[in-house]
Design a protein around this ligand. Structure first.
Ligand code: C2E
Ligand code: CA
Ligand code: CA
Length: 456
């Protein structure tokens, strides 16, 4: 071979460098891991030439080839007894045996230093082009070379993710998280169609009368093998992989159907509002407004009982487009709320521009409300500001009677929280409101009677 540098290669080899090629690497790797004691360690260093394709085009293929041959020689020189292979166009593997991860890391550091030295054959100005990005991993012989390679590739990916020219060691927790996340994303698509999504409903209460005026629909996922998992564990993933669009449509449709059921026998009483969370991703989709219109029409629900909640942070990016989308939603006749208000640094002028009906005060301010803190000052400011702009105010996360009393005195109109009820499946949420049926959990005076007597 060419630059094989004393390594005996019995099988196929890479013609350019004379190193083992990928099939040969796998063959030898399998052989060695099978013959080694099951518990013995094998280590793999993957070295990737930093930005090789750019360099190859800049300096020409002949110089690029020289760089690859030179790198091969340096790897063999640093790790003389090891199996060195060319695994990809500009990716090299060094298989070492019987070393713990600290020793493997030492060799990796030597490789990096060696490759950082100027190449004699090349223009001095190109000296720094030989820099490598390195991923390292170890495995037990019994785990096999395929597992080892996969781990080292994960580590290399992490090193590239950090900008390259560095060494990363395989982190089993990170790898586990990646595999888990991929599985989760795959399963999220179609979770609604497979009947795995559930809505829980939390009552929204008129703080002056304690009457229930509506419910917020909060999604849960009955994920096979995992039980009922909360939205905090999957909404973000759904947003990143795009599954949120279908998921959001399922939520809206289910919530609308529930709202229809709850409003039908009570046509003479004030209607029960249904509040539904909308993610920024949904709002950005050009199809969103149409999909809302389609769902409302298909279910046959009056738009004015539906309150769509959009988080304040969602409205901060690309505000003009968001304001347009909100305007289109208002034209459908639905109500709009700005969720988690106070966390996203909206200015007064921004709030004025937004065609929202309800401002939901974030739980962070509500929890400090009874303790005369800065949070209380924020809550006062938000209620006053929202009220003066003609918006309704809704305080989230009310847990104590003291918080309730303070919010009442402030003139905050609506509220929800564990003091009244946690989110519950539809039947239970409704039963707790019916007089004589189901317990009133916190003694906060939730009852259908209150609703009827106080609001008529
Ligand atoms: P959020 O919209 O701010 O919903 C309120 C969260 O606070 C809910 O958590 C609720 O269970 C919880 N909560 C209610 N009262 C209290 C209280 O008194 N004290 C405390 N400590 N917590 C209270 P959940 O159901 O886990 O939902 C978390 C978040 O997930 C929601 O925050 C919302 O941003 C998101 N989410 C839920 N359902 C959906 C959905 O259908 N679509 C989208 N895009 N997001 C959703
Ligand atoms: Ca919400
Ligand atoms: Ca909220």
């Amino acid at each position: 071979g060419g630059g094989g540098g004393g390594v005996t290669q019995t099988g196929t080899s890479d013609p350019l460098t004379g190193l083992a090629d990928r099939p040969e690497f796998m063959r030898v790797g399998v052989q060695r891991s099978e013959h080694g004691p099951p518990e013995a360690q094998v280590g793999l260093i993957l070295a990737d030439l930093h930005r090789f394709s750019t360099i190859n085009h800049a300096v020409g293929f002949a110089a690029g080839d020289a760089l690859l041959r030179d790198t091969a020689g340096r790897l063999v020189a640093v790790a003389p007894g090891a199996l060195v292979a060319r695994l990809g166009p500009d990716e090299f593997g060094v298989l070492v045996e019987g070393l713990d991860v600290a020793h493997v890391a030492e060799i990796a550091a030597e490789i990096q230093a060696e490759c950082g030295r100027a190449f004699g054959a090349m223009d001095a100005s190109l000296a720094s082009l030989s820099l490598v990005t390195i991923g390292i991993a170890t495995a037990r012989c019994e785990e096999g070379v395929a597992v080892l390679l996969e781990r080292a590739e994960t580590a290399l990916g992490a090193a590239k993710g950090r900008g390259g020219m560095c060494v990363e060691t395989f982190d089993p927790t990170r790898h586990g998280a990646i595999v888990e996340r991929k599985g989760l994303e795959l399963e999220l698509f179609g979770a609604g169609a497979r009947g795995e999504l559930r809505l829980h409903h939390q009552p929204i209460v008129d703080l002056n009368t304690s009457a229930v005026v509506g419910f917020e629909a909060l999604v849960r996922w009955d994920r096979p093998g995992h039980g009922l998992i909360p939205p905090g564990s999957f909404i973000e993933a759904a947003e990143e992989c795009g599954a949120i669009v279908a998921l959001g449509e399922w939520v809206l449709e289910d919530a609308c159907r529930q709202a229809l059921v709850w409003n039908q026998p009570r046509s003479t009483s004030p209607s029960i509002m249904m509040s539904v969370n909308v993610s920024a991703c949904q709002l950005r989709s050009p199809r969103f407004v149409d999909s809302v219109a389609t769902i409302l029409a298909a279910v046959g629900i009056e738009p004015q009982v539906i309150l769509l909640e959009i988080t304040e942070t969602a409205l901060n990016t690309d505000t003009d487009a968001m304001v347009d989308a909100l305007g289109d939603l208002k034209d459908l006749g639905v109500l709009l709320a700005i969720d988690d208000f106070g966390t996203g640094y909206s200015s007064l002028s921004q709030l004025r521009r937004l065609p929202v009906d309800v401002v939901k005060i974030d739980r962070a301010f509500v929890s400090g409300v009874a303790s005369d803190s800065e949070e209380w000052a924020m809550a006062v400011a938000i209620v006053n500001m929202a009220t003066s702009l003609g918006k309704r105010t809704l305080a989230e996360g009310i847990e104590t009677a003291a918080q309730l009393a303070h919010l009442r005195s402030l003139g905050c109109e609506l509220g929800q929280g564990f003091l009244f009820s946690p989110p519950r499946p539809a039947d239970e949420a409704w039963q707790s409101l019916e007089p004589g049926r189901g317990p009133d959990p916190c003694g906060a005076g939730l009852s259908q009677n209150a609703h009827r007597s106080e609001t008529t």
